[in-house]
Design a protein around this ligand. Structure first.
Ligand code: SF4
Ligand code: SF4
Length: 316
């Protein structure tokens, strides 16, 4: 069983307890404009272009030599500047040939056994810190078969497992990994489905249904709100979110984490020739952080354990 990942991060402390190894799976149906991992959105392996690293077409030109798709590589002033995505087949011959790392392969196939070899290297850290393995993305449950096998292999070796999922998938995909997953991390982006659809490209109905089903399984759940100025940080949405957690989710989230908007991933958007949807947003950072703290205070005043950020140690 192979999966397509775009990163394996070792020694991460943000997505679940302790020190963790995190696998980022490719493919997601949503298109949140603040997404810091645009390379995780497409389920295909894609070449990313880093123009400043290109030696020059006239001196090198190896990518042009090996590319089977005429006109897929676009040059300006002698440097590779972009890839015509309509012509590119994703064969990665250009990335393999480039001597300057000017073309980065966003994504690679990995087998469960290969992933387990990487995971086992970090086992001492899990044991000492109460950590484990997290699968994230993208939306990892778009590759539920691979995730199921991987998490089962982890559980068979006594490793704590976490899945960070939008839950924007058929419930059967969630059920598939339930026996092998200790902790779920999931977003509550906006309570109004029309607004949710406006910014992310998809409504929230299926997410909400799945979150309600998930709390009934008794699984450990961390909920997150990516707090985005002007999108979901108004009092009406915050109040509706608190009502939803207390009533529909029966208050059964271990922690609510508020993730303040950050400008992240712009270089990756450029490498993929994708526009960055938050480019025009300007915020006063201290003022915004104070606002996020007030939101956390509000949730805590409603009896929901809420913190700003992801540090698990603050949760005990
Ligand atoms: S990935 Fe393949 S098809 Fe696409 S630009 Fe590179 S060599 Fe050409
Ligand atoms: S192979 Fe790399 S360095 Fe050479 S022309 Fe292509 S992008 Fe530039």
């Amino acid at each position: 069983m192979n999966g397509i990942i775009f990163n394996i991060q070792h020694y991460t402390i943000h997505d679940g307890p302790g020190i963790r190894t995190e696998l980022f799976m490719k493919g997601c149906a949503l298109r949140c404009p603040w997404c810091s991992n645009p390379e995780g959105q497409s389920s295909r392996i894609q070449p990313g272009v880093y123009q400043s690293k290109c030696i020059s077409d006239s001196v090198c030109g190896l990518c042009r030599t090996v590319c089977p798709q005429e006109g897929a590589l676009l040059f300006a002033d002698g440097k590779l500047t972009a890839i015509d995505r309509a012509k590119c087949t994703g064969c990665m011959a250009c990335a393999d040939a480039c001597p300057a790392d000017a073309i980065k392969p966003w994504g690679r196939e990995i087998s469960v056994e290969e992933a387990m070899r990487e995971i086992r290297r970090d086992k001492g850290y899990y044991d000492r810190s109460g950590g484990g393995v997290t699968v994230s993305g993208g939306e990892p449950l778009q590759q539920a078969g691979f995730v199921e096998e991987l998490l089962r292999a982890c559980k068979e070796e006594g490793i704590h497992t976490c899945c960070e999922s939008t839950l924007n998938v058929p419930w059967e995909k969630v059920e598939q990994i339930l026996p092998w997953t200790d902790l779920f991390i999931t977003d509550i982006k906006h309570m109004d489905s029309a607004v949710h659809k406006d910014f992310s490209g998809g409504g929230n109905e299926r997410i909400i249904e799945n979150q309600k089903k998930l709390v009934r399984t008794g699984k450990d759940i961390i909920a997150r709100i990516p707090v985005i100025p002007g999108v979901n940080d108004d009092a009406a949405n915050i109040e509706a979110t608190a009502d939803y957690i207390l009533e529909d989710l029966e208050g059964k989230v271990r922690t609510l984490q508020l993730l303040s908007f950050m400008r992240l991933g712009e270089e990756k958007y450029r490498s993929l020739g994708m526009p960055y949807g938050m480019a025009d947003l300007k915020i006063d950072r201290p003022e915004f952080q104070a606002h996020v703290s007030e939101i956390a205070d509000y949730f805590n005043s409603r009896g929901i354990h809420c913190l700003v950020g992801t540090r698990e140690k603050e949760e005990s």
